[in-house]
Design a protein around this ligand. Structure first.
Ligand SMILES: Cc1cc2nc3c(=O)[nH]c(=O)nc-3n(C[C@H](O)[C@H](O)[C@H](O)COP(=O)(O)OP(=O)(O)OC[C@H]3O[C@@H](n4cnc5c(N)ncnc54)[C@H](O)[C@@H]3O)c2cc1C
Length: 462
């Protein structure tokens, strides 16, 4: 595609989740004429906060970490700097449900001897990790990596809950290098994951400590980013086809006024893999095939409001995760009001329970009533039979979380090679380099730089 000769490059970003919003804001800051197209009638994608009757409910992500520099910069860029709300200090405490009781994860190396998450022998093997030589196989799974470095018990308990807690997936199928690339990098660089972890400095520059949200919930960020784009953010505008036209791209849009077309110089596809595959298949069947082959997991979220004073165990901490060996029927729960007391009315507590994922297909297939009962029953087992819900709401997140299975990195490399043959188009989103909001925002920023520099006659950067 020849460089744009007159006026700013016109770039269309498709999808107004955090990846697309980040791409749109960064492309605009570079000087492009940006238009953002969103199929639904709201921005944010999986970031969704509902606020009613003094309850603030997060249906997708709940909080972010201080290392989320791209998100923090985006929030600053749209005037939300003072809106961060740090989680209560108790958020450091996290639990695992094991053998019928909540077991606290260690908060520092000194507390390891007191943690019953692993047996004494399991912790001894875990602590031998710095003396285990470098190794590993290509495309190693998360559980194989953990077994090799930390022992069998750590793989069965810690790897299992880490994967299901973050992605609803299964540790034996996900690829370590794609799921959590820092850990294998520390192994390569320092010879040990524990050494790498101990060298990390806490980020003193973040505008909050520990995990944080925004005062009106996380959806405040996408709403502010969309407001910054003003009338360049087009809702109810699904893009149904992409057509090459005179060295430009013609987008076919199903919008409020039927079918419409828009001509642009560059395109960023910040939509789920299957949706991107549909648009790309006529242009590159190989790219379409690769995108279609990325599996996704579905989740169910049940919000439960109750009076914790009646409970045997009162929520104090981030929440708990459930290893697959435990028959509780849920993936885990976040004690949302313990993190952010302003999320519910005075005297109430709020738990956000997660079910489903690739580990528990029944957790998405059953009816709302069955899943609500399952979530309440599990919470009663954990916190006491007297738990009496005053408010129960359920949300479904179908095909929400990409599963970077073994071979994912190889797939993404092949996809990027195919995309290199389509000038002026880039991909962004959770299926490329990670599902965290921070990874998504970074992928949007990278796509904006890539398309903008390509349109201005510079080299493709990825
Ligand atoms: C229940 C749940 C809990 C989570 N918890 C966390 C957490 O605690 N921390 C964390 O970091 N991450 C978490 N995540 C993951 C994170 O929320 C997602 O990875 C991230 O929001 C994905 O953003 P995205 O912009 O890539 O995609 P999406 O949010 O899927 O946005 C894509 C957008 O594209 C639109 N679209 C699709 N097709 C078209 C089309 N043809 N034309 C126009 N628009 C289209 C869609 O309507 C959607 O709005 C969670 C996710 C879920 C579901």
């Amino acid at each position: 595609m020849p460089p744009v000769e007159e006026g700013p490059a016109k770039i269309a970003v498709i999808g107004a989740g955090i990846s697309g919003l980040s791409a749109a804001i960064h492309a605009r800051d570079l000087g492009a004429d940006v238009h953002l197209f969103e199929a639904s009638s709201r921005v944010g994608g999986w970031i969704r906060t509902s606020r009613t009757d003094s309850w603030t409910l997060e249906w997708g992500p709940n909080s972010i970490l201080p290392s989320s520099q791209c998100l923090i910069d985006l929030a600053r860029r749209v005037g939300l700097e003072s809106q961060w709300l740090s989680a209560d200090r108790c958020a450091k405490k996290r639990f695992i449900w094991k053998a019928g009781a909540l077991r606290a994860l260690p908060t520092s190396p000194l507390t390891i001897p007191f943690s019953r998450v692993l047996s004494p022998a399991g912790w001894c093997r875990f602590l031998m990790e710095p003396w285990i030589g470098r190794g590993g196989i290509e495309e190693e799974s998360v559980s194989t990596f953990f077994r090799r470095r930390f022992g069998d018990e750590a793989a069965r308990v810690l790897a299992d809950v880490m994967v299901s807690g973050v992605s609803g997936g299964r540790a034996e199928f996900l690829e370590m290098d794609s799921f959590q690339p820092k850990l294998p990098q520390w192994e390569k660089q320092y010879g040990s994951v524990i050494s790498g972890l101990l060298r990390q400095r806490s980020d003193q520059t973040a505008p909050f400590q520990g995990t944080a949200t925004l005062t009106e919930g996380l959806e405040q960020l996408p709403r502010a980013l969309a407001a910054e784009l003003g009338d360049r953010c087009h809702l109810d505008s699904q893009i149904v086809a992409l057509e090459p036209r005179n060295h430009r791209w013609r987008l076919h849009q199903r919008g409020a006024y039927g079918s419409d077309t828009v001509d642009v110089d560059g395109v960023i596809l910040a939509i789920p893999a299957a949706a991107a595959a549909t648009l790309l298949e006529p242009l590159s069947s190989r790219a379409g095939q690769i995108l279609q082959s990325i599996p996704y997991a579905s989740l169910t979220v049940v919000q439960i409001g109750y009076d914790a004073r009646n409970c045997r165990i009162r929520p104090q901490g981030f929440g708990f995760l459930v290893p697959s060996s435990e028959p509780l029927g849920i993936l885990g729960a976040i004690w949302s009001s313990s993190l952010f007391p302003s999320r519910c009315p005075a005297g109430e507590s709020l738990a956000t329970v997660f079910l489903g994922g690739s580990r528990q297909p029944h957790g998405v297939e059953e009816s709302d009533e069955v899943l609500q009962d399952l979530a309440i029953g599990a919470l009663r087992k954990v916190q006491g039979i007297a738990l009496d819900p005053h408010m129960v709401q359920l949300g479904r997140a179908p095909r929400a979380i990409p599963q970077p299975q073994r071979g994912h990195r190889r797939k993404v490399a092949a996809l990027r090679r195919e995309m290199g043959l389509l000038p002026g188009i880039a991909l962004a989103g959770s299926h490329l380099t990670g599902i965290s909001l921070e990874s998504c925002a970074r992928s949007g920023r990278a796509a904006a730089h890539q398309v903008y520099s390509e349109l201005n006659g510079q080299e493709r950067s990825q």
